[in-house]
Design a protein around this ligand. Structure first.
Ligand SMILES: Cc1cc2nc3c(=O)[nH]c(=O)nc-3n(C[C@H](O)[C@H](O)[C@H](O)COP(=O)(O)O)c2cc1C
Length: 129
């Protein structure tokens, strides 16, 4: 059974570009092996990440995320059943904040409305901050 999670978390103080590069490299490698796909948003203080794949693989990743000192305050915002992946080609895609219309175009059309809304809210809130 596949599922799709959306969670937010708070980056540890000092988390920067180099950390982000490391994180995306490890994620791409591990996720390809675990059949996890998804995307990640980061606004210099908060993360918003969507992960989709086999339920056991997602639970295993959530366990590792819970032990990762690079972030904290993990909040699971959505936990949905999934039949067809929304991001089959993204082992872990960084979606950059910036122009809302560009983000809107990148976010997969097939994404459940609840997740799309939270992604766009995250981006709008950060742009205004
Ligand atoms: C915001 C955030 C998102 C992450 N996303 C992933 C991910 O999608 N896949 C993954 O394997 N690790 C991810 N990690 C890293 C894991 O917490 C963990 O460090 C890593 O899976 C350990 O694998 P390694 O032993 O190969 O480094 C993420 C970490 C953070 C802070």
């Amino acid at each position: 059974m596949m599922r799709q999670y959306l969670y937010s978390s708070t980056a540890a103080p000092g988390f920067g570009q180099v950390d982000m590069v490391d994180l995306l490299e490890a994620s791409a490698r591990n996720n390809a092996a675990a059949e996890i796909t998804g995307f990640l948003l980061f606004d210099e203080s908060q993360f918003l990440q969507m992960i989709e794949g086999p339920e056991a693989a997602l639970q295993d990743l959530m366990r590792r995320l819970g032990q990762d000192k690079r972030h904290g305050d993990i909040a699971l915002l959505e936990d949905l059943p999934l039949t067809t992946r929304n991001c089959p080609k993204w082992t872990m895609k960084r979606l950059r904040l910036g122009i809302a219309s560009e983000l809107q175009a990148l976010v997969p059309r097939s994404l459940p409305l609840a997740i799309r809304r939270k992604v766009m809210d995250f981006a709008a809130h950060r742009a205004a901050a």
